[in-house]
Design a binder for this molecule. Structure first.
Ligand code: ASP
Length: 319
């Protein structure tokens, strides 16, 4: 079945206080979003698979210090990193994930290796690290992921916790995540998500990002979804799968289904929530209930759009 390719990503939602970064830094974060989209589109425009496109997109975001995934990831309460990632193939419902990994430069590649092995869906901690090493993936020292910005944010959150003002911390200090959805020429859908979780998280805590159905889901003919926001609520509401279920069982449009989740179900807990979603046809949608969400997409006409807050930056046609 011939289909029109499309690609979308998010880089986490939150208050995204403009004063936290200079204009040059905001521009750089948007440039990294555009680079990630180009990497995924290079796969799709050559007739490649949606699965490869979401992986290529997420790898670029993991390598950027602007996003809470891979390099620049959030820190646990002990000042260490525990990274979570997953990937899902909408054509076969095959999926792979890793949680609590500490040495894999690009956790999404490890999620893909787990998926391709067919022996497990989710691998954990040190075992996942050594699995990735044996699979030949690029390994790094755990402090490779640490940036001064996250160290400062952790110190700030610990101070706030002592003062009892943790709730007032900006969302950007606390969390973030990256994710991508794609549809290829064959109509196959795929989704991938990668995160450091949230700053000051308990050691051993696993969020929604590596949980298939919570933070990531893809099924051909229905939708591909990658979520961002406080993962505990996405797990409880099986958020990504709920979007798919609303479409397939309740006949809702992808727009309605994702809006209900973000603006009603998850907003009802008082949390910031966002997602990137893509259906069997049409363009990606990026609903969020906060002041901003790093996001971008290349639509079926091949036009790229990137954004951090409400205004959209149209970057023209991508070849
Ligand atoms: N969903 C991520 C987690 O809970 C965090 C986020 O997206 O902000 O680990």
């Amino acid at each position: 079945m011939a289909a029109e390719p499309a690609l979308g990503l998010h880089g986490g939602c939150g208050t995204l206080d403009r004063s936290l970064m200079s204009e040059a830094e905001w521009a750089e974060s948007r440039a990294h979003v555009a680079d990630a989209l180009r990497a995924g589109w290079a796969v799709l425009s050559k007739g490649g698979a949606a699965l490869d496109a979401v992986q290529a997109t997420v790898v670029v975001l993991e390598d950027s210090p602007h996003f809470n995934a891979g390099f620049g990831a959030a820190l646990t309460e002990n000042g260490t990193h525990e990274l979570d990632s997953s990937i899902m193939d909408g054509a076969t419902l095959a999926a792979g994930a890793v949680a609590g990994v500490q040495r894999i430069r690009n956790p999404v590649k490890a999620a893909r290796a787990v998926m391709d092995s067919g022996r497990a869906v989710l691998l954990l901690g040190a075992a996942a690290d050594s699995y990735a090493e044996k699979a030949g993936l690029d390994m790094v020292a755990p402090d490779y992921f640490t940036t001064q910005r996250r160290v400062d944010a952790l110190a700030n959150l610990k101070r706030r916790a002592l003062e009892g003002t943790a709730a007032k911390a900006s969302e950007a200090e606390k969390h973030g995540t990256v994710g991508a959805v794609a549809r290829d020429r064959h109509g196959n859908l795929a989704a991938a998500t990668s995160t450091g979780g949230f700053n000051n998280k308990p050691v051993g805590r696993v969020g929604d990002s590596p949980i298939i159905g919570a933070g990531t889901y893809a099924r051909n003919g229905i939708c591909a979804v990658s979520c961002t926001g406080m993962g505990e609520f996405f797990i409880r509401r099986v958020a990504a799968y709920d979007v798919a279920a609303r479409i397939s069982y309740a006949g809702q449009s992808i727009d309605e289904a994702s809006r209900v989740l973000v603006h009603e179900t998850l907003a009802g807990y008082g949390i910031g929530a966002g997602m990137i979603v893509l259906g069997a046809e049409g363009d990606p949608l990026a609903p969020f209930n906060t002041l901003g969400m790093y996001r971008g997409w290349i639509d079926t006409a091949g036009h790229m759009t990137v954004a951090t807050h409400h205004e959209l930056h149209h970057l023209g046609h991508v070849t």
